[in-house]
Design a protein around this ligand. Sequence first.
Ligand SMILES: Cc1ncc(COP(=O)(O)O)c(C=O)c1O
Length: 298
Amino acid sequence: MKTDNELIDFGFHDVTLYMKREDLIHPFVSGNKYRKLKYNLLQAKAENHHKILTFGGAFSNHIAAVAAAGKAHGFETIGIIRGEELSQAQNPTLQFARSCGMQLEFISREAYRFKNELSFIEALKQQFGTFYLIPEGGTNALAVKGCAEILTPEDAQFDYICCAVGTGGTISGLINSAKPQQKILGFPALKGDFLTEEICKFAHNDNFELITSYHFGGYGKINEDLIRFINAFRKETNIALDPVYTGKMVYGIADLIRQGYFPRGSKILAIHTGGLQGIAGMNSLLKNKNIPLIDIHD
Ligand SMILES: Cc1ncc(COP(=O)(O)O)c(C=O)c1O
């Protein structure tokens, strides 16, 4: 699967910015989700599993993607969702997951913290029977292998590769397939300094840097400035960005260009990792706060 790189004219002429349209890979399993699930689904099939179990939050792109991929490939899917209060929620992501046949199990935020503990997984096996486990955010060694396929030989021309960072799997794959002279810039969508350690578990090189000043207060936090940016970017380029990941990354890239971070003549490739399914849920939250909405339709 090869996706196109699209030239973005930001009006800054001393660097060139392209966007790799991974968001266009598939209508429901878009961006890095497709890459992360590819080898995991093959492995689940090879191990003769019929059921996939995974974890996620209320608006999780990963939950939506696993539900859709499970339906398409004949797996039963179970989503363990953070937050008992969500069981009654009419949230577009969870509704979509249910419509794909995913069984949702809502657990408290306290219990959710044990999601990687062996005893917790064993208890889930008692409850649901045997399953193929995909961790939260979909990140494991097979996901990183899939994400390494995002870059193609033609992408060797770029000096910088930029991506949004959540659990660190996508950037790890990019680091592993980038050329040694290329620099990978990760834009964490959340606060915290644990990500470098996570990335080092999977990445074989150290030609990366995390740009930590564009998380807008933390995971899922946004402000009017970011919304205005996402809406203006869409008007200008016809490319939709999501507010949790890619919007923050492109905002950060634009700001860094303005500040002169990139040497004159730099060629930058930004990876559009999808996530657009989450806009509807975010807009329903914004509506309650009386904040401008993210444009969905042109
Ligand atoms: C749209 C989107 N972009 C980027 C990321 C970050 O990917 P990773 O968790 O591999 O760091 C995610 C989360 O998985 C995502 O949903």
